[in-house]
Design a protein around this ligand. Structure first.
Ligand code: FNR
Length: 185
């Protein structure tokens, strides 16, 4: 069984990005599971707090990601960049830096995002590139980027309702899992 970790970068209950991650988890192929990791309990990064030890919610997230074969990162876009809550969570998880190879290193990442706007989180996804590079992650690009624009039309309270998008997501997740499986040998 291939275990993939999933992180969505919004704290909002009705978040489109959380809903997109939930849909990805539902649409995982046979032989793979998605472990959806919550960033709700992540405090603001604080070096003095770190000096006293990594807080339990961060240690838990690090452990979960370290045990996963790949990562699905679902990013909102704020002011054409990365939302602070998501960057903050990843920043905490990168501490101490000596753990980066164990937690992130060499791991394949599928990057997706949803917005009610027309740009589909293009700029937020680009803004992740230098972060993924320094974390030594491998951005999976074989199927191209996964953008969801006009989110209000394709999600409702039950989740992702657009049949075409669900089918595209199902194929995207299947291809990502196939890639991760091939990498794992
Ligand atoms: C936004 N939003 C937004 N959307 C976008 O496509 N490009 C952008 O640059 C921004 N900028 C932005 C800044 C700030 C501070 C907020 C709060 C929002 C809108 C954003 O896409 C929208 O709120 C989404 O619904 C956020 O994602 P979740 O919470 O639905 O997952």
């Amino acid at each position: 069984m291939i275990a993939i970790a999933g992180i969505a970068g919004s704290l909002r209950q009705g978040s489109y990005n959380r809903a997109l991650l939930r849909a990805a988890a539902e649409l995982m192929p046979e032989g793979a599971v998605m472990n959806v990791l919550s960033i709700d309990a992540v405090p603001l990064y604080h070096g003095d707090v770190e000096a006293q030890g990594i807080p339990t919610p961060i240690a838990t997230l690090k452990q979960a990601l370290a045990g996963a074969a790949g990562l699905v990162l679902v990013t909102p876009e704020y002011n054409n960049g990365i939302p602070g809550v998501l960057k903050n969570a990843i920043d905490w998880m990168s501490r101490p830096a000596a753990d980066i190879p164990r937690v992130f290193g060499g791991k394949s990442v599928a990057l997706l995002g949803a917005t009610p706007g027309g740009g589909g989180t293009i700029l937020a996804q680009v803004a992740w590139l230098p972060v993924l590079r320094v974390l030594r992650m491998k951005l999976w690009t074989a199927q191209g980027p996964f953008y969801v624009s006009g989110a209000a039309k394709v999600f409702d309270a039950s989740g992702l309702i657009d049949a075409e998008l669900r089918e595209r997501l199902r194929k995207y997740m299947a291809a990502f899992v196939e890639h991760v499986r091939a990498q794992a040998g």
